[in-house]
Write a protein that binds this ligand. Structure first.
Ligand SMILES: C[S@@+](CC[C@H](N)C(=O)[O-])C[C@H]1O[C@@H](n2cnc3c(N)ncnc32)[C@H](O)[C@@H]1O
Length: 407
């Protein structure tokens, strides 16, 4: 594992310095054309402080900077208010088509593939994607990169937890398998994303480290962890009563143990948040120059949450308590958004994905979701005016995506 890690770090550092040289040339040309002396003055001031900014030693100044600027000097980008006439125009011009033996579906600026994401992404042009938002398979029992809903439903081989939903049995090799798969994907994505482009991965509390580590080892910078908090989830800790009953001890001893351990369960506390790993491909030059050159790397704070508050790294999609609702809630989803026919096991709330898109991408950006599932990211891109590329390996889910997009 260590050698593997070193090789990737080495390859990435070479790739990055080569790219920096070419991209820097472009930037220099662009800068020499810049007309206002005032602008170039402030530019040179900001670049010196930004240049020396490496995640490890300057996060506090960077954070306080963005905090203090967030309310006063926000760009007047009112993307979230995109006019309804624009939307209806998009609707009326909409046209869809099937390509490639029903393996590709196109609806205006949205293209979805029914293939393995590693095969598809490899063919994209380097530095062509603005943002990646994805909810990967967590490699929980059967929910891996060969996720097959029909097989999962039929499989009854999960001993005493057959009555529980799939994904609750913890495979010991799961973290390693997820890490190896996610590293392969992240290395690919690193090439395809533009410098400064955001890479957001949903994960679970016990798997976050595998996702974050794979992302970082592939060359990305981890910027933050967003917690999507919810109040309703199924407790996963299991009673030990069944095991006590099988012990070869006297019935008195069994009763004693049953009573003593009646409230003890296996160590899985009820999970009420999902961590989202927020990473960026390293920018080229300053934040501003990277933005001007690639339109990536900055967060749009014009989009407010709760009681008109600046977005935070906690997000809720349902009313919980006053404090959370005022500070962190994004619009609540409705059942209608999911579609009655949607049989996918883990559909994300549409409003949650729309919120992330408004923060981390821009109108007309190209947003990729390599694990599209039932198409929530595609739909969110349609609703917020992003171009979208989505990939889903499972044919049934791919068909659900198509239907949701056309509804
Ligand atoms: C957690 S789900 C995504 C659910 C999605 N966020 C939604 O709201 O519907 C992950 C999806 O990744 C798909 N998948 C797993 N491995 C894949 C691969 N190698 N290429 C493409 N899709 C894959 C699975 O079929 C599954 O539908």
């Amino acid at each position: 594992m260590i050698n593997y890690i070193n090789i990737f770090t080495y390859i990435n550092s070479i790739n990055m310095s080569q790219k920096k040289i070419t991209l820097k040339k472009n930037l220099e040309e662009k800068e020499s054309n810049s007309s206002s002396s005032e602008e170039s003055n402030s530019e040179s001031n900001s670049s010196s402080s930004e240049e020396s900014d490496s995640e490890s030693n300057s996060s506090s100044s960077e954070e306080s900077n963005s905090e203090s600027n967030s309310s006063s000097s926000e760009e007047s980008n009112s993307e979230s208010n995109s006019s309804s006439s624009e939307e209806s125009e998009r609707e009326s011009n909409s046209s869809s088509s099937e390509e490639n033996n029903n393996k590709t579906f196109v609806l205006n600026d949205i293209k979805i593939y029914n293939e393995d994401c590693l095969d598809v992404i490899e063919k994209f042009e380097d530095n062509s994607i603005d943002c990646v938002i994805t909810d990967p398979p967590y490699f929980l029992d059967k929910l891996d990169n060969n996720w097959d809903s029909k097989k999962i439903k039929k499989d009854k081989a999960n001993s005493h937890i057959t009555h529980l939903p799939k994904g609750m049995k913890f495979d010991k090799d799961q973290v390693k398998k997820l890490y190896e798969f996610y590293l392969k994907l992240s290395v690919l994505l690193y090439k395809k994303l533009k410098p400064g482009g955001f890479f957001l991965s949903f994960s679970s509390p016990r798997l976050y480290h595998a996702i974050a580590m794979a992302t970082e080892i592939a060359g990305f910078e981890i910027r933050d962890m967003i917690n999507w908090v919810y109040s309703t989830s199924m407790p996963k800790g299991m009673s030990v009563a069944r095991s006590i009953k099988t012990l070869k001890v006297s019935s008195e001893k069994k009763d004693e143990l049953l009573e003593f351990y009646s409230n003890f369960k296996t160590p899985m506390i009820k999970s009420c948040f999902e961590p989202i790993c927020v990473a960026t491909k390293p920018r080229v030059d300053t934040y501003l120059n990277n933005e001007l050159n690639f339109k990536t790397g900055l967060i749009d704070f014009s989009h407010k949450v709760g009681d008109n508050k600046v977005p935070a790294n906690i997000i809720t999609t349902e009313p919980i308590i006053d404090f959370y609702d005022k500070n962190f809630i994004v619009n609540k989803e409705t059942k209608k958004e999911k579609g009655k026919y949607n049989t996918h096991l883990s559909v994300k709330p549409l409003k949650l994905i729309e919120h992330l898109l408004l923060l981390f991408s821009k109108k007309d950006s190209v947003v990729l979701d390599p694990f599209l599932g039932s198409g929530t990211t595609a739909l969110a891109c349609k609703n917020t005016g992003r171009k979208h590329i989505g990939i889903e390996m499972n044919k049934d889910y791919y068909e659900i995506c198509k239907k949701r997009l056309q509804d």
